[in-house]
Design a protein around this ligand. Sequence first.
Ligand SMILES: *Cc1c(COP(=O)(O)O)cnc(C)c1O
Length: 343
Amino acid sequence: MTDGLDSTGQRRYPTMAALPPKVDLGFLPTPVVAVPRLSAAVGGPELLMKRDDLTGLAFGGNKTRKLEYMIRKALDQGCDSVITAGAAQSNHCRQTAAAASRCGLDCHLVLGGGPPKRPEGNLLLDRILGARIHWGGARRKGEDIPDIVDRLRAEGRSPFVIPYGGSNELGACGFVEGVMELESQIDTTGISHIVFASSSGGTQAGLMVGRACVGGSFKLLGIQIDKDPGPGGEIPRDTIVDLACRTAEAIGCGTRWSADDVLLDDSFSESGYGVVGSLERDAIALTARTEGILLDPVYTGRAMGGLIELIRSGAINRDDRILFWHTGGTPALFPFGDALLGP
Ligand SMILES: *Cc1c(COP(=O)(O)O)cnc(C)c1O
């Protein structure tokens, strides 16, 4: 990691004012809560939780922060619609559909797979929110977006493309802001790790840039959710570094990173994206039964399962103080009912 110095030799720490303009879509700041009964149940360190499941936009989640910046750009450019992509149970797509409705834009979603008999969970919400669904089969990461954009333009429309997962240097600003927000809520000097589910990388990249901006000392540990490469075959760690550097550059933050600076634990993604096993099931049940807090089956259930494993194996120890960033996803609990109740 290198820290850029300005002409007077000072480190450059951008503030909230350096961030691009946005629209307000979420109820921010989201709460930070202690989860002492969960901490005790895992015999481990003190645990806090940042409740981005409560951002409030049509059941909330981490994509709301990214969308505040991207939707603003779509509006500023005079676009009349947005298009993005994800899995059939994508939380990103559901929040994009809600944001579009809120701002008077049409929403096109390119979803993996094909139409189910009955839409459930996030897909049901996409439909209620009025999104136009395009089924992409095996292509769930936006491979079909350029063709659909061409078609929409030919019809005289003006679509704004939001990348897979909302992960570009504009979306990542949402998590730069997220760290500044956290810093205004609690003293982070006692936090050893912030742990979260990492997939398309925008959350992790934004958190890295945010940490540089506030001069934070905590480690950022992403639990890798998806073992497949990105839409263009990218390796997650490279995507995150590249995005963090581009985001830092865009907002005038002098810090730069290399792949070694990215803490991304890939030991829990082997079963594949969206596959619920005992790791996720047990973590969801334990968090629900000790704290009354619902995690989701695809992301936060896996990330919490990973964190619990790391505590049990001693990789994270009793003296650590952990903040788990709850990134949302709870509407996906419903279609995963059978897997969650177990055999
Ligand atoms: C999208 C998502 C993530 C991962 O965020 P990325 O920025 O794509 O890495 C984590 N949790 C939930 C619930 C999500 O929907």
